[in-house]
Design a protein around this ligand. Sequence first.
Ligand SMILES: Cc1cc2nc3c(=O)[nH]c(=O)nc-3n(C[C@H](O)[C@H](O)[C@H](O)COP(=O)(O)OP(=O)(O)OC[C@H]3O[C@@H](n4cnc5c(N)ncnc54)[C@H](O)[C@@H]3O)c2cc1C
Length: 433
Amino acid sequence: MTRSNPDDKNGKMPSYFNLPPLDVSLAFPQATPASTFPPCASDYFQYDDLLKPEEKAIRLKVRACMEKEIAPIMTKYWEKAEFPFHAIPKLAELGISGGTIKGYGCPGLSITGSAIATAEVARVDASCSTFILVHSSLAMLTIALCGSEAQKQKYLPSLAQLKTIACWALTEPDYGSDASALKTIATKVEGGWILEGQKRWIGNSTFADLLVIFARNTSTNQINGYIVKKDAPGLTVTKIENKIGLRIVQNGDIVMKKVFVPDEDRIEGVNSFQDTNKVLAVSRVMVAWQPIGISMGIYDMCHRYLKERKQFGAPLAAFQINQQKLVQMLSNVQAMILVGWRLCKLYESGKMTPGHASLGKSWITLRARETAALGRELLGGNGILSDFLVAKAFCDLEPIYTYEGTYEINTLVTGREVTGFASFKPATQRSKM
Ligand SMILES: Cc1cc2nc3c(=O)[nH]c(=O)nc-3n(C[C@H](O)[C@H](O)[C@H](O)COP(=O)(O)OP(=O)(O)OC[C@H]3O[C@@H](n4cnc5c(N)ncnc54)[C@H](O)[C@@H]3O)c2cc1C
């Protein structure tokens, strides 16, 4: 910002005007910024013991990569709201894209292994974990669960290697929580379908090679799924600007005007909204592990900061009120991990219900928000700087609180399951389930 200096009689600026900011490590030498990521101190109850050797191995591999490759650059990209495309090969090397999908070049991880990998990515940078989740647990999983054999063979191998990127478009400007009422239409024509409509908030969509789009079949009035290519005539995607969270994620507005999709790109297993719910059930488990990872990172950062930073002649860690906050954060993380881990086990044994997944996602996100708020207090002024992670994580939790079902909608999913009453519609429209 330029400004005039009232003390400068000649109208000349002092030599220090418009200098670049001091590097944060010079400006604030007492505590280490998150570009050098803190060691993990948040596994207090040693939940690592619950993991199989291969799950522990993936955790350490992802952690090392995120701390080395992403931590040093994340603040810059978050501030610029740009995606670090050069980091994609490093993320690809982790071999986590495709998560639990078996075959077709996908890693075939256990659900717990995939969840742990998600948490380790999110511990360092929530945006990177959202990038992978949208691509992997939403778009790839839709193709794996509902696509034809030919689609799986054609699309999954390069998606698993992050050579091509996908997005998953359900939400529309007028239909967010009420997504099952969406209005984008698909009309059958010779050799394919014509898509017409609009989508909003779609992560990765500004650069995705493949767009998984949900639209209402004009013949059946049911929701169908389609794979749209990025260069399809009639398709435009524009970036949503001015987000306060997940700023590295490129969310887009998609407009489709008479977009032709050949028959071979209709996802044959998506024939109703219930089919999208099959995908959401799995991805909600993964999304629940994002706030776990974010909270681990926040705790780890605060744990180091309180020991480095001194006030009144003592480390901040020596003050009782700070210890109380830190321990509250730690206990949140321990409880969150246990709920997340149990969700994975329920899923593995085939016992997980939609209500379980919704309760896990909503409750964990609530505790993460509390953890972030406490962490933000502990860091004082640096609690509002993205350089020290906590402010960035604090903001990143806000969209996670809202996407894949808001806190309220997920609460109502669980509420419906435990009471037998659906309560999504205003009281006058409600009926017993
Ligand atoms: C950063 C970001 C990334 C996203 N990525 C994707 C993506 O990749 N693909 C995609 O398809 N979508 C994506 N979304 C969309 C996301 O899923 C929606 O924002 C979410 O479903 C909520 O919809 P809405 O924002 O329209 O809120 P609304 O539905 O307008 O809700 C507003 C408020 O009203 C409450 N509310 C609504 N209905 C009820 C009810 N029946 N009872 C009680 N309370 C209610 C909500 O809980 C909320 O508090 C993303 C969103 C964000 C912010």
